[in-house]
Design a protein around this ligand. Sequence first.
Ligand code: SF4
Length: 181
Amino acid sequence: MAKPKVATTSLAGCFGCHMSLLDIDERILDLVDKVDFDRSPINDIKEIRGTVDIGLIEGGCANEENVRVLREFRERCRLLISVGDCAINGGVPALRNLVPLGECFEEAYLSGPSVDNPSRRIPDDPEIPRLLDRVRPCHEVVKIDYHLPGCPPSADTLWAALTALLAGKSPELPYELVKYD
Ligand code: SF4
């Protein structure tokens, strides 16, 4: 019988949530026994190739490429999970939401204390994804089925959620796995 498929990606995130997934340690052997990975930094596949059962999204949407990838995951993933605080509420990248985007560019490329930009040109190559006016959590862009809070969620939290979903159950995580006090 074909194994369930899992895909993961990082949008505007730091890959810390992916590192937490790797922190499941030797359980990774159980995981690769139970599932096949589609797009993921774990296997270095860069584009999602087919329909998958579970998609894990790290990071929110800071630019148009993040939105494209997130929408593609939503179309291809039966269940889509926002993993970590950046995906759920924008996290650290969303601090720029406090400042208008034009002022962010001004500080970063023109007037910041460490800026050396004699041309006074703000990068605008079409190959560079355009920034959104503000960083958006994933659920503002597509429907999200589950949220796993934390910065990052612990390896045990990720493991408990994944194994429940792979068993066809809704993850009912105990308080110890979702408290951060
Ligand atoms: S939630 Fe924390 S660990 Fe995860 S991508 Fe954001 S900053 Fe990194």
